[in-house]
Ligand binder design. Sequence first.
Ligand code: ADP
Ligand code: MG
Length: 242
Amino acid sequence: MKNQEELYDLRHVSVQKSSLKVLDQISFNLLSGQALSILGPSGSGKTTLLKVLMGIEKYTGELRYKSKDLSLLDNILFRRSLGYVNQGSLLFPHLKVRDNIILQARLLNWTEGQIEERLDEVLQIFDLNKNLLDRSSAQVSGGQKQRVALARALFIKPQLLVLDEPFSALDQMLKKELLEEFSGYLKKIGISVLFVTHSLSEARNLCDFYILLNAGKMTDQGNFNNETSDLSEFGRQFFGSF
Ligand code: ADP
Ligand code: MG
């Protein structure tokens, strides 16, 4: 079947920082084309797990990406192949919108022609006006900043999109609108997604699968579309509180 190659295979992945087990024996699999949300309260280890999956955080245990030991990949090249929206500061404020969006393509040595062609496409996809491109990123409104950050992440047509709480700063209306639009688009292009959030409704909107973290441990995993009768005590509390 198309798109069903194994993307990630984690076995007993742990991260220790001083005396704290930030991640404790995490094991799961993700197939290519699937969208996984990494859920959990603040401080549970979500960002750390994302960094491990991006190859920028040291871990112990076994981690395979497309059947290869992740610790043996060239981590700079691997990072550049990913679409990424970080938590918090979404754009580089000293760069124009255009330079933010095309940054990764430049690092990958795209030609000017390739860049211009793709710029037209992403402006259309994200409903962004061309005259926005020459503005300084610091002058762009919150909702537009979010769109630009997503446009930047998808600019190079990555196989994997990595999102760390990208919608948290938006007001409810804007968030709902952007999430619906964005989720439709992601399904259409069939990209794999890792989506970190503490919001169950955001997770359900974008993803079919989830894992739930609590204090560095994976307490639950599942599929939003299936009955979840066998949740852990923590899982019942977490899902029940929404
Ligand atoms: P989340 O993204 O779920 O809020 P993080 O992965 O950022 O959680 O952090 C998980 C835990 O690891 C927190 O308790 C945090 O304080 C701790 N932590 C993260 N980075 C470091 C670090 N560099 N040194 C020590 N503790 C850290
Ligand atoms: Mg975080």
